[in-house]
Design a protein around this ligand. Sequence first.
Ligand code: 5GP
Ligand code: ZN
Length: 114
Amino acid sequence: MASDCIFCKIVSGEAPSEKLYETDHVLAFLDIAPVHKGHALVIPKVHYQTIFDFPAALGEDIITVMQIVGKAVMQTTGGTGLNVGQNNFRDAWQLVDHVHWHIIPRFAGDGLKL
Ligand code: 5GP
Ligand code: ZN
């Protein structure tokens, strides 16, 4: 755990979040500033900064949780599309230094081009 990391605090329960799903190694929760309703984040419970630190062996768990959560947020919001995104380093707008995947439901004509 990184002591100054908000996502580590969410994992430990020290900070609140709207949890959607979890496994032994992975947690999914709603983004606090959603691009669209249902915008979720999927993270490893252990702190890794970027995709380059993240152990590939955890990739299967991450993909499985993204599929479960992606389907759930599409169903609950009525989304008809889904973006999955992941930012590394400040120049790519990584603002939280705990590797994470954005899961963003999309809607016909919503006008957002990522
Ligand atoms: P990044 O720009 O690093 O890819 O995205 C970080 C995301 O984390 C942003 O979409 C931001 O809204 C979200 N976020 C930042 N702090 C918190 C928090 O305390 N709780 C939750 N649920 N999301 C957060
Ligand atoms: Zn962390």
